[in-house]
Design a binder for this molecule. Structure first.
Ligand code: HXC
Length: 510
């Protein structure tokens, strides 16, 4: 009988070997790191404290009592990312395909509970065949315990999911309830039902990658926020994301002062917006030139590209940026872009991250496909998100702010704290041409008269001063001074306090 020290060494070794060398090699052959290797990349060197290495499953069916691996297919514990405490779980595909047993779920729940007690983010590295088939309902119960905790942790601590292998069936719903999902290209997939079930039910032939690979989820479904080439790059990007986020909903977002002076002016911004109002320009250029060190971490860059969302720093402060993109669909708001931006605004608000909104929006997207699919309800999501948001809100209208979309995009009326416009901004119910065609319909056969009317309308409304005269715009600023003015506003808003009326929760139009 080995003594305690020997037993400890043996158990630790067994835990580190997971499903054995063959399965580790198979994992590597697929271009994937093991669960422990992944944690080494994710966490600061030497910071990982492992918990529950000796947990084993309790299943006695199908001879499972003969097949026990210490840790039971998931490595859990805590560590730091650039010094910030985070709790982690990393599923080990070499042990029963990373499948979730009752004990495996208990390990995940334990670190989630502890993360909530100390107010630290939870990062889950998912690589799993789903419910442990040998365990049946005990495994389903385990999933539900995790789901419950995902819901309770939402808006309290940031939750990040990384999909690094299979993630199928009901298992997808834990990542779906977390704040951000990253995927590894080619080696991971997520779907509710796999290709075989799809074939049986809908007679569609589709590969696992086409059904639920990174490309599908970053471009078509919008389920996933970012996808990267391999395990290492993906994990390094999670580290980068964490630098923008506070540890919990009562902690301030990290302040990381760079070398970029807050008073830096950018003359080239004076020429960013073309004189022809129908000519597009790339809103990314303004974002990069305005933020610290041209460093912008975009969320969902390949989905609903008519709106841009992501994190940056201004004067060292973490900010969420929401910007219409005139290059795509003229920057109009449609269903996908409204949902994308609404979710981002709500994340920033939950964690008190200031929001900088850049507006160039011709309105909501017209058409039967949008109306039939519920643009009314989905557009209202963004309106609701901005309206309930109490984080500092700074808005800059660079060109068009038309119609309902003017109201929605963090206008003064939705408690915008600081609302700027560039000198050639047009804040109106609609563009001049459309407006005169409606209110001077009797002139429709007289092109000259219509052109005169249009010129009059433009002169009267296609400027920021009508809104400025009512105080809807706090100042009209030179484009070159944008960074300086927004940085100053952020400092002014640092200690902003605003509370919504008490309620159990609102009823956002889901
Ligand atoms: C137990 C599992 C398992 C599972 C895989 N394994 N999935 N063991 N429960 N769910 C084991 C395999 O037996 C195998 O063991 C090892 O993991 C690796 O699996 P392979 O099939 O060899 O790997 P690969 O070819 O890469 O295929 C991976 C896979 C496939 C696509 C994930 O294993 C698969 O289809 N598994 C079943 C998926 C599934 O139907 N899960 C239940 C979904 S329903 P050995 O010993 O050979 O290494 C669900 C409900 C959740 O999850 C509900 C929550 C509400």
């Amino acid at each position: 009988m080995p003594n305690i020290d020997q037993q400890l060494t043996q158990k630790r070794l067994a835990a580190h070997m997971g499903g054995g060398i063959k399965r580790i090699e198979a994992q590597h052959a697929k271009g994937k790191l093991t669960a422990r290797e992944r944690l080494e990349v994710l966490l600061d060197q030497g910071s990982f404290e492992e918990w529950d290495m000796f947990v084993e499953h309790r299943c006695n069916d199908f001879d499972m009592q003969e097949q026990k691996v210490p840790g039971d297919g998931v490595v859990t514990g805590y560590g730091t990312i650039n010094g910030k405490l985070v709790f982690v779980f990393s599923q080990d595909f070499t042990v029963f395909g990373g499948s979730l047993s009752e004990a495996h779920a208990e390990k995940i729940c334990k670190i989630m509970d502890q993360a909530m007690k100390v107010g630290a983010p939870v990062i889950g590295l998912n690589d799993s065949g789903g419910a442990r088939i040998q365990e049946g309902v005990a495994s389903l119960g385990g999933y539900a315990e995790v789901f419950q905790r995902n819901a309770l942790a939402s808006g309290v601590v940031p939750q990040i999911s990384v999909i690094m292998g299979p993630c199928a069936g009901g298992a997808v719903y834990s990542p779906a309830m977390t704040d951000f999902i990253f995927m590894v290209k080619d080696s991971s997939y997520m779907f509710v039902t796999g290709p075989e079930v799809v074939k049986t039910v809908t007679h569609e032939d589709v590969s696992a990658q086409d059904l639920g690979g990174a490309l599908t989820h970053t471009t078509k479904s919008g389920v996933v926020d970012r996808a990267f080439e391999d395990d290492v790059q993906t994990l390094l990007m999670v580290r980068k994301l964490m630098d923008y986020l506070p540890s919990n909903n009562r902690a301030p977002a990290p302040f990381l002062k760079g070398l970029d002076p807050v008073h830096r002016t950018t003359e080239s911004l004076n020429d960013l917006v073309p004189s022809n109002p129908n000519q597009p320009y790339d809103m990314h250029e303004l974002i990069f030139k305005m933020v610290d060190d041209e460093d912008f971490f975009e969320i969902q860059p390949e989905y609903a590209k008519n709106i841009i969302v992501g994190f940056a720093r201004m004067g060292g402060m973490s900010v969420g940026i929401v910007a219409n993109q005139p290059l795509v669909l003229a920057g109009c708001l449609d269903i996908k872009s409204s949902i994308k931006a609404a979710r981002f605004v709500r994340f920033c608000d939950a964690f008190s991250i200031p929001i900088v909104t850049l507006v160039d929006v011709p309105g909501f997207m017209p058409g039967t496909s949008q109306e039939y699919a519920g643009i009314i309800k989905h557009g209202a999501k963004l309106l609701y998100a901005y309206a309930e948001c109490t984080s500092p809100k700074i808005t800059l209208i660079t060109r068009k702010a038309y119609g309902g979309a003017y109201d929605v995009m963090a206008s003064k009326h939705l408690r915008g704290d600081v609302n700027f416009a560039w000198p050639n901004a047009e804040i109106a119910v609609m563009g001049a041409k459309g407006a005169v065609e409606i209110i001077f319909r009797e002139d429709k056969n007289d092109p000259q008269k219509l052109a005169d009317r249009e010129a009059q309308y433009k002169a009267r409304f296609a400027n920021p001063f009508v809104a400025g005269a009512r105080g809807y715009i706090d100042d009209v600023i030179e484009p070159s001074e944008t960074r300086k003015r927004i940085c100053r506003s952020l400092v002014m808003l640092k200690d902003k306090k605003l509370e919504n009326p008490w309620r159990k929760h609102g009823n956002i139009p889901l």
